[in-house]
Design a protein around this ligand. Sequence first.
Ligand code: ATP
Ligand code: MG
Ligand code: MG
Length: 554
Amino acid sequence: SEEKSLNFIEQIIEEDLKNGFAKDKLRFRFPPEPNGYLHVGHASSICLNFGLGIDYQSPVNLRFDDTNPAKEEQEFVDAIKRDVQWLGYQWAEERYASDYFQELYDWAVEFIKKDKAYIDSQSSEEMAKQKGTPTQVGTNSPYRNRSVEENLDLFERMKNGEFPEGTHVLRAKIDMASTNMLMRDPLMYRILHKHHHRTGDNWCIYPMYDWAHGESDYIEGISHSLCTLEFLPHRELYDWFLDQIYDSTKVRPKQREFARRNLSHTVVSKRKLLQLVQEKHVTSWDDPRMSTISGMRRRGYTPTSIRNFANTIGIAKRTNLIDVSLLEFCVREDLNKTAPRVMAVLNPVKLVITNYPDGQEEWLDAENNPEEEILTYRKVPFSKELYIEREDFQEEANKKFFRLTLGTEVRLKNAYIIKGENVIKDVDGNITEIHATYDVDSKSGSGTEASQRKVKGTIHWVSVPHAVQAEVRIYDRLFTHENPDGDKEVDFKEYINPNSLEVITGYVEPNLQTAQPEDKFQFQRLGYFCVDKDSSAEKLVFNKTVGLRDTWAK
Ligand code: ATP
Ligand code: MG
Ligand code: MG
């Protein structure tokens, strides 16, 4: 069997198994905060956690880290579930940190009783001043030695809603001289008189992330809690909190960190993506230019391509910028296998075949996808008047131009060999019609000698009377800068590309009339396109997913 090389997280797990950790106790989670839509960075974390679940046949929970009611919404919960499933993964259990609010509160009461936590009644500015600096120890709060009784009383009254926001907090009593700033009596609870999307108005104190996260892992029996590198300094606190409550008959979760994935020419931060939506730089969270999973879906990216991308870049210990062209490569590779080929003309000029009978039409065989194991065909209509791409014709051209010119021959894809004869121009000299003649014996697939004649090029076309008009949305990078988020001095929005969307009208073959949102096609010689959700039988709308090859200027 083929041995794949283990990444460093898998090595940690293998080591644990070797040291006696029971394989059936392995358990993972993907823990999004429902404060926005998932993006391509999350896809890495999803593929990592759910991939481990598949490899080790272990449960993976979807846990919503919903401890900040100010920013969280049901809309985001629904979108996150949809996106994880669309990527092809199914969670063992759907959990919420808010499910544990009572348990966390009860533990916090125990902390107070054991003199491991106290109520601080200073302003956040005062507390910040006492925090010290990494090179200078902090100062103890004047409330640090409050009696257990007073702490219990205040904490209960905080919970009962007796105090306004900002008047009291619960802090862990650890060490104001720790070299790790996060260990200097971190906050466990703050007062927030806010409605929570799940617990409603039941609570007006909410646990801090550091307090809720590790204990949620513990409650769920998560063996390996994988998070991004910025949490490395939090690990000590994660462990300290667990030390206080850990029962040795249970699984003790282990936090391990991997590098955040950033993608070039975009931002991967829910907060920044939210700004793009709110300030209308894009139309919505699922705008096809967005790095969100739902934006990529609408753009025409496939789950397979995103999973392949995440698995190709793998996981790393250092943060780096991944070139978006690698993602596009994965998309192209998958669509090449799966997307039916069709003909569409996006910059049309009329071609008249002068020796083709007036009013005649014929339906020609066209191959759906040369990558298919068993080739299938469809019929496309042909007639005297066709649209071809303006770029596919030049009156005169040099030898390197393998398309139509006057006096030379090309093949019309799936149809006949034609020869350019003359052009008709308007008063400004623009070509309005190209006239050509066809060789009646040269039909593709007819096996005649004429059909096998070598010509210098093949161009695509759509029959004018049968053509279906379509709106086609062509996208460019949303940001002109490779790393719009990279410079702390410059706001990322300075780098927004003002020309990231171009809307054009094109013509497609009539088979596409019934295409449905998310259907994907290769417009031959042009690229991959996907039916947008705005599309209808009355008005087809396509998004350009990606070109046929990497043509971006680096
Ligand atoms: P954002 O700044 O976009 O809100 P976050 O880390 O706060 O990111 P969470 O909802 O907390 O977002 O993320 C859920 C999980 O996904 C976490 O484990 C987080 O570490 C991971 N994650 C988020 N962004 C990335 C990324 N760019 N690359 C890899 N993993 C990520
Ligand atoms: Mg987070
Ligand atoms: Mg966040």
